[in-house]
Design a binder for this molecule. Structure first.
Ligand SMILES: [Zn+2]
Length: 472
């Protein structure tokens, strides 16, 4: 009776199922799929979300999804977008042709006007409608660049001993330059993005010759790409003018780290970074010495402050000098699209159900609030989630769903609403209203307080619930 046989049996059984998972993982095509099957999947998700936040069975599902920041069909679309945006960077990928064929077929076949198109196809349409062309390679970006440029070790310093907090950053930088890079041509680079809708500006500033080079990239571009373009342009200037010793100073640590990292060990190789490596290698072959270094931004370094203004200025350039977008920047577009389509759906659906919750939560959170405040006990987060969803075990709600025959509080003085329980009920020695912090404007009601889950007030709220053992 050691149980060994039983366990071996279970292990064998599990191993079979694991093999199925193994073969399916990585390629899980759910759409196109039968609508009722997909809705069964939604139902099981609602069930799980209810258990996670401890919500009541009657809670509106659309509100539940927002509270937990999870929405299956919107997430499927998001994953399809990301997948497609990755695929299209390879212009020879077989899927691109197939999707073009499908798009022609759909435009001829009228019956499609009444059907929902597959999510991957919708992602493809997004790609076709992009206002900017996408940077594509025929091969994997790694194979599109010469091998020697990939293994070349560029000279990059990430620490000159000047920190963000240094008050004498300019003096220390000039001192460093005169010691290490005496007689080298100094260039400053920077990029700027004022908002998601606006173009990205990039600039190179060469104080010795009073030369400003400025560039503009489409709004989809990230600041990272802008920084990379500024560095690339500084390098191209160095190469074309045959400047024998150049030092390029950038305040983008992430960009310099990306250039420094080994492309073979890197999961995500940015095409623009590989191009920079290639130019660096070419300079090396021509005997042109180039150093790159990180300097802190916004810390009083004169050249950096100047190039920052120039990059901001470049966002207003009339000409888009770098119209192509890189695939890695499209990923954030997928996130933006997911959030905006969910918000539109939430605004529409909350007119019918989840109205109470919509007054409290009018935007889609990136993460659930209880992820941010993880010291809260499950008891506390459940109570707050129930109160926010407007479906909690208050006497008023229990009477509404006919579990109780009256809505009176146990104290017998008033209806057992959240306002009464937290502000006026004599059962609790201190009223929450009296201990509200000064940053919460009074008069207020309890529903308004439920807006404050992302603020320090959450601590007071949770302590109040726990110390008074309020079970709702
Ligand atoms: Zn009471």
């Amino acid at each position: 009776m050691t149980g060994v046989q039983h366990i071996t049996h279970i292990l064998k059984k599990c191993e079979k199922s694991i093999n199925i998972l193994r073969s399916l993982s990585g390629a899980f095509l759910l759409e196109p799929c039968n609508k009722s099957s997909l809705s069964a999947l939604d139902k099981i998700q609602y069930k799980s979300l209810r258990i996670i936040v401890g919500a009541m069975k009657s809670s509106p599902t659309n509100a539940l999804q927002v509270e937990c920041s999870d929405h299956l069909s919107i997430r499927r679309q998001y994953l399809a977008d990301r997948f497609l945006f990755k695929v299209i960077q390879n212009s020879s990928h077989p899927l691109i042709d197939k999707l073009h064929q499908l798009s022609e077929f759909i435009s001829y076949d009228k019956s499609w006007t009444y059907k929902t198109t597959p999510s991957l196809f919708r992602s493809f349409l997004k790609f076709l409608r992009l206002p900017s062309p996408v940077h594509q390679c025929v091969l994997n970006p790694l194979f599109d660049n010469p091998y020697h440029s990939l293994v070349y070790q560029p000279d990059i310093s990430l620490d000159l001993g000047i920190s963000k907090k240094s008050t004498d950053a300019e003096v220390r930088l000039q001192d460093y330059i005169s010691k290490k890079w005496n007689n080298w041509l100094v260039m400053y680079t920077d990029a700027s993005k004022l908002s998601d809708q606006e173009c990205v500006g990039a600039a190179v500033w060469i104080p010795k010759y009073k030369i400003i080079l400025n560039f503009k990239c489409p709004p989809v571009s990230s600041v990272f790409s802008g920084e990379a373009i500024a560095i690339l342009e500084a390098l191209l200037y160095t190469e074309s003018h045959n400047v024998d010793k150049t030092v390029i100073l950038s305040d983008s640590k992430s960009c310099l780290q990306a250039i420094l990292s080994n492309p073979f060990r890197n999961k995500s190789n940015f095409p623009c970074i590989l191009i920079i490596r290639d130019v660096l290698y070419r300079c090396h072959l021509q005997g042109i010495r180039v150093s790159l270094a990180w300097i802190p931004g916004h810390s009083g370094i004169v050249g950096n402050e100047a190039v920052d203004l120039m990059a901001k200025d470049a966002t207003n350039n009339s000409c888009l000098t770098h119209p192509q977008v890189f695939c890695h920047d499209l990923f954030s577009l997928a996130t933006q699209k997911m959030m905006s389509s969910w918000l539109a759906e939430w605004k529409e659906s909350s007119k019918v159900k989840g109205k109470y919750y919509a007054d409290i939560q009018n935007f889609i959170p990136k993460k659930p609030w209880f992820f941010e405040y993880n010291e809260a006990s499950k008891f506390c987060t459940s109570t707050l989630c129930r109160l926010r969803l407007g479906h909690s075990s208050t006497p008023v709600h229990l009477a509404k769903i006919r579990i109780r025959d009256n809505s009176l509080c146990e104290c017998g003085l008033d209806d057992g609403s959240p306002d009464h329980i937290f502000f006026n009920c004599p059962k609790y020695s201190v009223s929450l209203y009296d201990i509200l912090p000064p940053y919460i404007p009074k008069p207020t009601n309890f529903k308004t307080l439920l807006n404050y889950v992302n603020s320090p007030f959450i601590v007071i709220l949770c302590n109040y619930i726990t110390s008074n053992n309020i079970k709702l």
